[in-house]
Design a protein around this ligand. Structure first.
Ligand code: ADP
Length: 455
């Protein structure tokens, strides 16, 4: 079994060329055989008639010498029998067996009949003609000798087949290299990618199927590269996010072991340890939620509910956070019935409003509006907080991204909240945007398709 592509391509070509040529030859021979034989028969008949006329017109000896000197005898083999069975031969047979003439055939011709013997294949005719001479009737048997134009045709065809085979093989040997080369390149590239090297240049400029395959491969390579980059960043981020609370927990735990600590200090250290542990627990919850959303392991639990009511409940649920900061809400909520997953959407509002509270100044205002048009519902949550610099606005939905690292101590958070929001909104085929002016405030705009509530 041949495994390599190159010999396979060459072999396939050779088999098709040889098979094709043989079939073509057989079909052409079969199709033209009758026509060819008819043609040959006409010339054979004509030549025979000529000889008959010569013997009729000239005395026997003159006719004999004339016929024996005829140029056409290069192509014909002529036998002449007289009534006594004597044989005269003109022309040479060139090593080929002449067709057999029976006594019965001779007798028929001597009786004045025309005999035509046909065998299979091309050029098989033996023509027997009665020739009237002054010494009585003779039986003339005429056949075409080889090489005739038919055998020439046959030789020519054989040569043509062999040359086309040799020429074609050489061409395919070279061209198969070009056919197989991109596939070899792809195989090498696959091996390098499997080994973790994504810096592979394919340089395949071909069009057609192979070109498309190469371009899809490059695209896949690019995506894999991005994925690998994301994976690395993710691992770095997770270790970083885990490392800082752990350092602080172990630091304060060591400090707790000191004997001379006041009750106040001890309780403060314990509070810090509890808060850091809670932070880690929140982060692992968020990571778990994000991974579940991304893998879509759980289908959306779609139900019909009142969005404005859900929004009010979400605000009330986090009341301790905003009352402690004297933040007030301005609500403009249209009554909207929505088909969506209520638990997931509740998470969206909690995260966005949570951010608005977190990044607002004490005593600030947060306005929330719900507007509905024919196909979508638009939810806007606006705060008058610190805002987000333009260059960070695109990245705030990335995992672990925090716009201002220097603030990260002041503003608690893992940078996963908006990544979860984005995932939930896109699972609902919605859209998520942010508009913000540093120092002025931020508006988060969620657009959700308004699927007709099932009655
Ligand atoms: P975090 O847990 O840090 O809040 P998020 O994913 O919710 O993570 O937000 C990512 C970052 O986007 C935040 O760290 C913050 O820098 C910025 N951000 C989000 N919402 C606001 C907002 N309302 N005002 C200002 N900055 C915001």
């Amino acid at each position: 079994m041949i495994r390599s592509l190159y010999p396979r391509v060459v072999l396939t070509f050779l088999v098709s060329v040889i098979g094709g040529t043989i079939i073509a030859f057989l079909v052409a021979t079969w199709a033209f055989e009758d026509e060819l034989n008819d043609n040959l028969q006409v010339t054979l008949d004509d030549f025979g008639q000529d000889i008959v006329r010569i013997y009729e017109a000239f005395p026997l000896q003159d006719a004999d010498s004339f016929v024996s000197g005829m140029k056409q005898l290069n192509s014909y083999y002529l036998r002449m029998y007289n009534e006594l069975g004597h044989l005269q031969i003109y022309g040479a047979i060139d090593g080929h067996e002449p067709l057999h003439v029976t006594n019965e055939q001779i007798k028929k011709v001597l009786d004045g009949e025309v005999v035509r013997v046909k065998t299979n294949g091309i050029n098989p005719i033996l023509l027997g003609l009665p020739v009237k001479t002054e010494v009585g009737t003779k039986a003339m048997f005429l056949e075409r000798r080889s090489p005739s134009s038919t055998s020439f045709l046959r030789i020519w065809t054989y040569h043509f087949m062999i040359y086309s085979l040799v020429g074609g093989s050489l061409v395919i040997l070279v061209s198969a290299i070009f056919v197989v080369r991109p596939i070899k390149k792809l195989t090498q590239a696959t091996r390098r990618i499997a080994g973790g090297d994504f810096n592979v240049k394919l340089n395949i400029k071909q069009q057609g199927e192979l070109g498309t395959l190469a371009r899809s491969f490059e695209e896949m390579m690019h995506n894999l590269q991005q994925l690998e980059q994301m994976r690395r960043e993710f691992v770095t981020n997770v270790s970083h996010e885990v490392q800082s609370p752990l350092t602080s927990i172990s630091g304060y735990a060591v400090a707790l072991k000191q004997v001379h600590l006041t009750d106040h200090e001890r309780s403060r250290y314990l509070d810090i340890i509890i808060a850091e542990a809670a932070r880690m627990s929140n982060m692992s919850d968020s990571l778990l939620k994000l991974s579940m959303l991304e893998s879509q392991s759980q289908p959306l639990q779609m139900t019909t509910f009142n969005l404005d009511e859900q929004m009010r409940r979400a605000i009330i649920a986090i009341q301790p956070q905003w009352t402690a900061r004297s933040i007030r809400f301005e609500l403009d909520l249209e009554s909207v019935r929505l088909v969506a997953d209520p638990d997931l959407l509740n998470q969206v509002w909690t995260n966005i409003i949570g951010n608005s509270i977190k990044f607002s100044k004490d005593g600030g205002a947060i306005s929330i509006s719900i507007k509905q048009d024919s196909k979508v519902v638009i939810i806007q949550i606006t705060d008058t907080g610190i805002g987000i610099p333009l260059e960070d606005q695109k990245r705030i939905f990335d995992r672990f991204f925090k716009a201002d690292r220097s603030h990260s101590r002041k503003y608690e958070g893992s940078g996963l909240g908006l990544a979860i929001v984005k995932q939930i909104v896109s699972l609902h085929q919605g859209d998520l945007r942010v508009e913000s002016e540093p120092g002025q405030g931020t508006t988060v705009i969620v657009t959700l398709p308004l699927t007709t509530p099932t009655a």
